[in-house]
Design a protein around this ligand. Structure first.
Ligand SMILES: Cc1ncc(C[n+]2csc(CCOP(=O)(O)OP(=O)(O)O)c2C)c(N)n1
Length: 595
């Protein structure tokens, strides 16, 4: 429907296209019809000779195919789509270089527990062992799919066309079951073209009732929370992906418990909620770190208590477990007890667990926590007042705080803010008010530079009526500017705000702090700082490009982008100021300067 119509248009009938009326049809068409049946709306990808049969089938289906200029872009876009829609993202890649280009995006989805199904074309199966064109097989025959093994939930190679329906059903099932993540289906190109019984694709992924919490555990947890002196609820990305935020609020309010969150958990409570402490860890907030460190009981939900959020697990900064006691609720049993001794582990869906806990907490008498809300307010205000003057600063290049301030003022509350890595991710996690759950989309586990510019495409495809803005550094944006071309071709009016500090600012800041210079981190040309004209590049692609020349121009520029309905790049020169770091990161103890 979207990209290719010519090859099918050249055929006389759907019967000839599909291999005759003998009860058999070509697998690629049956597969595509199955994808339609199970609700796939869009496939992101990039062509290659191994997937042309799929392109022909997709081109004649209701499924939208969004062709990108780099497979990493397609993978991040598929992830952005999955995160904004709550559905499984689907990716199509060629073998060899196509598959390897996509690895970073697929691994990013894996580490953030996002469901993806990746279809990769492969060499003709009858050439296994002969090392045909573009195959990577230096150690084993036909094993390109092994490249995905360390980060996919399952990697399948389809060796017989009869296995394709079962494997595809398994892939969509596994991508969502338990802890979500990517699954690879590697298909030799002759299998895409092979005949298959027309009724072969019969079974669809089973509807899944999420894992419930044991009622005894509910009673135990509520008893412990009620008795605790200064407990904290700690929300991770699982709270948002299972849409559990209302239950979290209800539990927190019933027992008057403050809530801290991870980077992925930002938005679990409205930013203006009086029980919200904020983000923990290296780039967290002092009040969140302090209340977690001194809590007698923490109930952590949907988080892996990862390094950045836990100040490298150093007990002096964020979590001190023990003496703090930990109850950990997560969908993945492997996460429980990994980094901290755990008093009680519960394997359950965050929403069902929080709903059961909220129901059991309702009306329960708890310890008095007079002054808690006031203490949180004072703690948050004290930290935020450190840069209050920067929020309205007219300085040029702009202060990052001014950029956040202008963005928040200009955006509707339900707009998506997609970040990359750098000041954008760390600063938004720490300082940007998010009031609608799920509107903050960021790469956390793999922290991939290049995520934001591409993921925003998928977010906007999933929610075309809502605003989607990518807030990104110039390093990330210039790593793959082909996103503008894809946005133009696919008519995706995304907005990119490029925080331009002429370099990989975050790493430059670390190097400067420890070694006194920024060697290898800044963009230089002929000995001078080098900044590209990103706005002109956008215009060269036929998109809108605005180069902000003063602090006062940013707000109107965002307004113009929102009104235009055209893909827009806003280039904002920015001071390379570090994000405040109230927590700890071990790397800072490793650097040693020598002769
Ligand atoms: C693919 C990849 N390469 C390298 C890094 C290491 N890294 C982390 S932050 C950063 C700098 C990002 O620069 P930019 O996008 O300009 O944002 P800024 O730090 O200037 O805000 C780099 C290179 C990474 N996270 N991902």
């Amino acid at each position: 429907m979207q990209q290719t119509t010519t090859s099918a248009a050249g055929l006389s009938s759907s019967e000839s296209r599909n291999g005759g009326a003998s009860g058999k049809r070509i697998a690629a068409y049956l597969l595509t019809e199955y994808l339609e049946r199970i609700g796939v709306e869009v496939v992101f990808g990039l062509c290659g000779h191994t997937v042309i049969a799929m392109l022909d089938a997709l081109g004649n289906s209701r499924i939208r195919f969004i062709s990108t200029r780099h497979e990493q872009v397609a993978a991040h876009a598929a992830e952005g789509y999955a995160r904004a829609s709550g559905k499984t993202g689907v990716l199509l890649t060629h073998l060899g270089p196509g598959l390897t280009n996509a690895t970073t995006g697929v691994a990013n989805a894996a580490l953030d527990s996002i469901p993806l199904v990746v279809f990769a074309g492969d060499i003709p199966s009858y050439f296994y062992g002969r090392h045909p064109h573009q195959e990577m097989n230096l150690h084993m025959d036909a094993d390109q799919y092994e490249v995905y093994r360390p980060f996919c939930k399952r990697v399948y190679r389809v060796d017989r066309v009869e296995d394709l329906p079962r494997i595809v059903e398994r892939a969509f099932h596994l991508a969502r079951a338990g802890r979500p993540g990517p699954v690879l289906v590697d298909v030799p190109m002759d299998i895409f073209s092979a005949d298959l019984a027309t009724d072969a694709f019969t079974s669809v992924p089973a509807p899944l009732a999420p894992a419930n919490i044991d009622p005894t555990a509910v009673d135990q947890i509520i008893e412990k929370l009620v008795a605790a002196k200064n407990p904290v609820l700690y929300a991770g990305g699982g709270v948002l992906s299972s849409r559990a935020t209302a239950a979290l609020v209800s539990l927190a309010e019933s027992l008057e418990i403050p809530v801290a969150h991870t980077l992925m958990g930002k938005g679990a409570l409205r930013e203006d909620h009086p029980l919200l402490l904020g983000m923990t860890g290296f780039w967290g907030t002092p009040i969140a770190n302090e209340k977690c460190r001194t809590a007698d009981l923490i109930v952590a939900i949907g988080t892996r208590l990862a390094e950045a959020n836990s100040s490298s697990w150093n007990p002096r900064f964020t979590f001190s477990i023990p003496p703090t006691r930990l109850i950990h609720i997560d969908i993945d049993p492997a996460e429980i007890g990994r980094n901290y001794p755990t008093e009680l582990g519960v394997v359950a869906d965050a929403k069902l667990a929080l709903e059961a806990l909220a129901a059991a907490a309702s009306g329960k008498t708890h310890r008095r926590r007079e002054g808690l809300r006031e203490e949180i307010r004072r703690g948050r205000d004290a930290f935020s007042s450190n840069w209050a003057h920067q929020r309205d600063s007219d300085q040029f290049p702009l202060r990052p705080e001014r950029i956040l301030n202008e963005l928040r003022k200009a955006l509707p509350e339900d707009a998506f803010v997609v970040t990359d890595v750098g000041w954008n991710k760390n600063g938004v996690g720490q300082q940007f008010p998010i009031t609608v759950p799920g509107t903050f989309i960021t790469p956390s586990g793999l922290a991939t530079m290049g995520f934001g510019p591409s993921a925003v495409l998928g977010v906007k495809v999933a929610e075309p009526r809502r605003v989607a803005v990518a807030l990104i550094g110039d390093g990330a944006f210039s790593s793959n500017m082909s996103v503008i071309a894809t946005a133009m071709e696919a008519n995706i009016p995304a907005i990119w705000i490029v925080m331009d500090n002429s370099g990989y600012g975050t790493i430059a800041g670390l190097e400067s702090m420890h070694y006194g210079w920024e060697f290898g981190c800044m963009f230089m040309c002929k000995g001078k700082p080098y900044s590209l004209d990103y706005a002109a590049i956008a215009r060269a692609c036929g998109a809108n490009g605005i180069a902000v020349q003063s602090a006062g121009e940013l707000g109107p520029a965002i307004g113009e982008a929102l009104r235009s309905g055209v893909p827009t790049v806003i280039q904002v020169p920015m001071e390379n100021a570090p994000t405040p770091t109230p927590g700890h990161w071990d790397i800072n103890d490793i650097y040693r300067k020598g002769a």
